[in-house]
Design a binder for this molecule. Structure first.
Ligand SMILES: Nc1ncnc2c1ncn2[C@@H]1O[C@H](COP(=O)(O)OP(=O)(O)OP(=O)(O)O)[C@@H](O)[C@H]1O
Length: 306
């Protein structure tokens, strides 16, 4: 069973098509980074996935249930935390969790047990009996996540969970997501690439209401490895210019501060021959590495070509 299955999702507002044929699927537990700029369609997609808005067209299933015809089942399997979760600030965390638990129709014993577990997991336990009004932004976000998990959902959906937080709050929330993703699927919208690079296993990129890419981070990196070898010689007086100019498998090369960058036409040939060429020139390698693009480079490439 797929955790998320979005097939041709379209969402129209009165005079605006916010989502156009959005198609992607997620099979596993782990963290999914849902990336896109302002107005790309992230919140609209999240509203559909959580049953808060109906699609205009397309088929969307969450944890195997149709978001339109089986909406109640969807809401019982999905936990959702908005970017800025709202609370009754005069309540304590314990009171708030009990209030939310009752809304889900859970019995007192289950609520008490889940509250203890979740406040501990989310690092709120020490403040459990203090009014929420005194909590920091990070604590409120973690309480919002605890609340979203009260009914033990299979999918946790977070809308920009860290973008309004200070560095400390951001760090704590990311650590919590890292823990949670080992046991469930966490779908997290964001425009912060560093966070995605740190904790996501799969990314979906959306632009102007259209999905540009859906891929595991591992596959994405592997498919964007540039055929580039970077190396430096121990000997600054050895010049490889003439040798590199004469090689058929070298597409282009540059040298800056003793660091050579060689773009290859034929990577296997380049990997096999370069160390020999260095030796034959009387040099030794100070370092040698295959280059990989950063997620930032890949994101810009995908978005600019999309
Ligand atoms: N209720 C609405 N009525 C009309 N247009 C809307 C409505 N909600 C969203 N839109 C439009 O749909 C598009 C997608 O909006 P959405 O909020 O999903 O984007 P987003 O990726 O979450 O952006 P942001 O990061 O700025 O929150 C935007 O152009 C937005 O103006």
């Amino acid at each position: 069973m797929r955790v998320i299955e979005c097939d041709g999702l379209t969402k129209e507002y009165k005079d605006h098509k916010a989502l156009k044929n959005v198609t992607f699927s997620i099979d596993n537990i782990g963290c999914i980074g849902f990336l896109g700029g302002n107005g790309a369609g992230k919140t609209t997609t999240i509203r559909v996935l959580t049953g808060l808005a109906a699609p205009t067209a397309g088929k969307v299933k969450v944890v195997g249930y149709d978001v339109v015809t089986e909406r109640n089942k969807v809401t019982s399997e999905v936990g959702y935390c908005p970017q800025i979760p709202a609370f009754y600030n005069y309540m304590t965390a314990v009171e708030w969790m009990h209030w939310v638990g009752k809304l889900y129709g859970l019995d007192k014993h289950t609520i008490a047990q889940r509250t203890d577990e979740l406040l501990e997991l989310c690092g709120i336990n020490e403040a459990r009996n203090r009014p929420i009004s005194g909590y920091s932004g990070g604590m409120k976000q973690r309480l919002g996540i605890a609340q979203a998990l009260i009914h033990n959902p299979k999918l946790l959906v977070l809308d920009e969970p860290v973008s309004a937080l200070d560095p400390m709050g951001r760090h704590d929330v990311l650590l919590l997501i890292e823990k949670l993703k080992r046991h469930m699927t966490v779908f997290m919208s964001t425009h912060i690439l560093d966070d995605v690079e740190r904790i996501a296993d799969h990314i979906v990129i959306i632009k102007d209401g259209t999905v540009l890419l859906s891929s595991s981070l591992e596959e994405l990196r592997a498919s964007h490895v540039e055929p580039l070898i970077e190396f430096k010689l121990d000997q600054e007086d050895i010049d490889l210019a003439d040798v590199l100019d004469g090689l058929a498998w070298v597409k282009e090369w540059s040298q800056d501060g003793g660091v050579y960058k060689v773009f290859a036409n034929d990577m296997p040939q380049a990997k096999a021959r370069l160390p020999h060429i260095v030796l034959e020139s009387g040099g030794t390698l100070a370092y040698y590495r295959l280059s990989a693009l950063t997620l930032q480079d890949i994101f810009l490439k995908v978005v600019n070509n999309g």
